[in-house]
Design a binder for this molecule. Structure first.
Ligand code: ARG
Length: 386
């Protein structure tokens, strides 16, 4: 790091990547059933979702593909750091909840986010992930000690008590689901501050936050009150056709200034496109994933749209899952250099290439990519899109 550059510096999802954290599959467990999550086996054979630690051969396979991502990024000059997985297989008990075991530390994206010079640890929405930040603390201390400009913020932890959830959500009949979804009501109530970091997408001075099963309105309000005084603008966004929304990076994926990859099954709520159109951004639909949802790995809880979960090495260079040929061809036509990489064995750990990473340093600064934004802060308008 030279005299003036900051070690913690990342303002968007696409600027040239200098330093990134890639998750590890060590000690991973199957995700436990809890009020905010109902894991289900895929495929026709059915059966109960397993519990406890994942078998070592499964962990090895995921670790091999994560190691592939590490070498690829290093070969492109990126500094790559890894968390250390704590023991995850023991029961966890807090004053307000208990879980039989934790999950994994494969997806730093869900927990950690860099907003400029600030590292924010998200509150999280699921019990098995409450303590996931601990895996990254050693790295956070290193960054915080090494970079005097770095700011470190821990968002308020919710109770995750039974009363924070709507257990009935999972059994809502379709009609009720339609109605509640359009009002953005999911498995988490509006009583406490809840967000996962992966519901946020960074565009320089502007950030989008998806209202979802993992981010509620108080969560977005907290982000607004925290970031608006720093000159940032936080835009709540909604994808009403996604029945189980969680994490924005398979739905709305910026690739470079002026270009977002969009999910044809999950259009933005009416009126929310305007911000992009008014500022000459192009929204381009991703091609359909090569797998159907049924063909996704048996323990994977994400949709086949993990296809869109690409990782930008720069505004010209994108890492894309090896099998997703139609997307690779589109990216190629759009002028990107595509770096294909096998990553399917990581899917059952919560995501793909973008999820499994947390960028700490990208070149560049806080640019305004939406000069024609009509923005009202929470102070000006307490409802502000919520
Ligand atoms: N809910 C998304 C989908 O199935 C998966 C999101 C994964 N992203 C992440 N950061 N873990 O489409």
């Amino acid at each position: 790091m030279n005299g003036t550059a900051s070690l913690v510096n990342s303002w968007n999802e696409w600027d040239p990547l200098r330093e990134i954290v890639v998750g590890v599959a060590d000690n991973a467990c199957f995700e436990p059933r809890e009020p905010g999550h109902r894991p289900q086996l895929r495929g026709k054979d059915g059966g109960a979702f397993p519990t406890g630690p994942k078998p070592p051969e499964m962990i090895d396979r995921a670790n091999e593909q994560l190691a592939g991502l590490v070498s690829l990024l290093r070969s492109h000059g990126v500094t790559v750091r890894r968390p250390e997985a704590p023991r995850l297989a023991e029961p966890v008990r807090t004053p307000s909840f208990e879980v039989p075991h934790q999950y994994c530390v494969v997806c730093p994206r869900d927990v950690m986010i860099t907003v400029g010079h600030e590292i924010v640890e998200a509150p999280m929405s699921r019990r098995a992930r409450y303590f996931e930040y601990q895996a990254y603390r050693k790295l956070v201390y290193e960054y915080w000690n090494a970079d005097p400009r770095a700011v470190w913020t821990v968002a308020p932890k919710p109770s995750m008590a039974d009363s924070m959830y709507r257990e009935g959500f999972w059994e809502w009949p379709l009609e009720k689901r339609h109605r509640e979804m359009h009002a953005s009501e999911f498995c988490v109530t509006q009583d406490e501050v809840v967000f996962d970091a992966a519901d946020i997408s960074r565009f320089g001075r502007d950030l989008l936050v998806q209202e979802s099963m993992t981010t509620n309105r108080p969560g977005i309000r907290w982000l607004k009150r925290h970031l608006e005084p720093r000159g940032l603008r936080v835009h709540p966004v909604h994808f009403p056709l996604d029945f189980f929304p969680s994490h924005i990076d398979c739905t709305f994926v910026p690739l470079r200034p002026g270009l977002v990859l969009t999910n044809p099954d999950r259009p933005l709520r009416k009126g929310e496109k305007e911000l992009f159109l008014r500022n000459d951004w192009e929204l381009i639909d991703a091609p359909r994933p090569v797998s159907s949802d049924d063909e996704m790995p048996r323990f994977c809880q994400s949709s086949a749209w993990l296809s869109m979960n690409v990782l930008s090495v720069s505004p010209e260079k994108v890492v894309c899952e090896e099998a997703e040929r139609p997307l690779q061809e589109l990216l190629d036509r759009l002028g990107f250099e595509v770096l294909p990489l096998p990553f399917r064995d990581v899917f059952e750990y919560g995501g793909s290439l973008h999820c499994a990473t947390w960028d700490v340093n990208r070149e560049g600064s806080a640019r305004d990519y939406f000069p024609r934004a009509e923005y009202r802060t929470l102070a000006e308008d307490p409802a502000a899109g919520l």
